[in-house]
Design a protein around this ligand. Structure first.
Ligand SMILES: [Ca+2]
Ligand SMILES: [Ca+2]
Ligand SMILES: [Ca+2]
Ligand SMILES: [Ca+2]
Length: 354
């Protein structure tokens, strides 16, 4: 009985730490980038590597932790989409996304309910294409799990993978059209904002040479004047080569991309910047994987970051709310007191000690 009580006491001491210990930071989850204007929120405060090609982890503060540095301090390279690459069955996955400046969301969705509107751009939402969406991460953590972003300064998250690391040690990314046209090594290699690059997920990923192209704009049914702004790669062989027979690529386009404006054929005819398209799996021409309405977004909204993930895995992996820790402590105390009452010959009851 004494050993039983000792174990219970240890549980009371250890459980709160195991539950609460993860709530301050969640570096094991989510990798994300923000856009160039957002860097202004961090760099003047001495966070010189908090720029638009850095990849971040969540942090319980007003700045996110650094996961991968691209060019780093003073970078002018805008990484506007990223994916570690998946090897699993995509049919199990839901859509996890961030929205861009001006997004409204359909009425009654979490995007629409996030106010003021400038707070929406730094959040992550999930949808199973039922016309609704749920807030999963909140930029400043006031209404959901925290990313460590400044919402009052409208930090705009522009790329995401719902994991801390890939299983394939690869990183796939796209850059903005402006970066592709003006910044080396992208401009020297004559790339476009709709090309997808691949490298090892280590420091310097976005500036590593030689620049390796995973898929070009035309592989995606796009033109060189399109700009891909959200990306999920499924590359089961992890060979860094787009094989349209077995690989899948999911993507969204920036508002104003040529294919959205002037394609005239499905799936781009009548589509917008919040629609998600796909190629691969033996289908060489793009199809629409999700419409704005299916994701609970308006046709004019911008979707600017995307991943496909299993919601239960994300939610299970999230730290328990503090209320759960208090419940566990309470339950532990009740069990401890019960054990004391059952062993009064060895352990004085609380009543006797007073
Ligand atoms: Ca970025
Ligand atoms: Ca965003
Ligand atoms: Ca791009
Ligand atoms: Ca988009």
């Amino acid at each position: 009985m004494r050993a039983h009580a000792v174990v219970l006491v240890l549980l009371i001491i250890v459980l709160p730490w195991s539950v609460w210990g993860d709530t301050s930071d969640t570096p094991d989850l989510v990798s994300f980038s923000f856009d160039a204007p957002s860097a202004v929120n961090y760099v003047p405060n001495g966070f010189l590597e908090h720029v638009q090609d850095t990849i971040f982890a969540p942090h319980n503060n007003w700045f996110p932790l650094i996961r991968f540095i691209g060019e780093g301090e003073g970078s002018s390279i805008e990484v506007d989409a990223l994916s570690y690459g998946h090897d699993a069955d995509r049919s199990l996955f839901e859509f996890f996304f961030s929205v861009g400046v001006g997004a409204q969301g359909l009425p009654e969705t979490d995007v629409a309910n996030e106010v003021p509107a400038d707070d929406r751009y730094s959040d992550l939402y999930a949808s199973n294409k039922n016309g609704d969406n749920t807030q999963i991460y909140d930029g400043d953590g006031s209404s959901a799990e925290i990313l460590g972003l400044l919402e009052n300064a409208s930090t705009n998250l522009d790329g995401v993978d719902m994991r801390s690391m890939g299983t394939q040690d690869l990183l796939y990314w796209s850059v903005s059209r402006e970066t592709a046209e003006t910044e080396n090594p992208y401009s020297a290699a004559v790339t476009s904002g709709a090309d997808i690059f691949v490298g090892e997920s280590s420091d310097g990923y976005s500036t590593a040479l030689p620049l390796i192209v995973y898929a070009q704009a035309w592989d995606l049914g796009l033109t060189g004047s399109d700009d891909l702004d959200a990306l999920v790669v499924i590359d089961p062989l992890a060979d860094g080569l787009f094989d349209p027979a077995v690989d899948f690529i999911y993507y969204s386009l920036v508002d104003g991309s040529t294919s959205l404006l002037a394609s005239g054929v499905p799936p781009f005819l009548g589509a917008g910047p919040a629609d998600v398209f796909q190629v691969g799996g033996g289908v060489l021409t793009p199809t629409r994987a999700a419409s704005a309405a299916e994701l609970g977004l308006r046709a004019t909204d911008e979707l600017d970051a995307l991943d496909l993930a299993v919601r239960e895995e994300i939610l299970i992996a999230l730290p328990e709310p503090e209320g759960t820790g208090a419940l566990l402590v309470g339950a532990g105390l009740v069990l401890w007191l019960a054990s004391l009452r059952g062993s009064q010959t060895r352990w004085p009851s609380p009543e006797r000690t007073e």
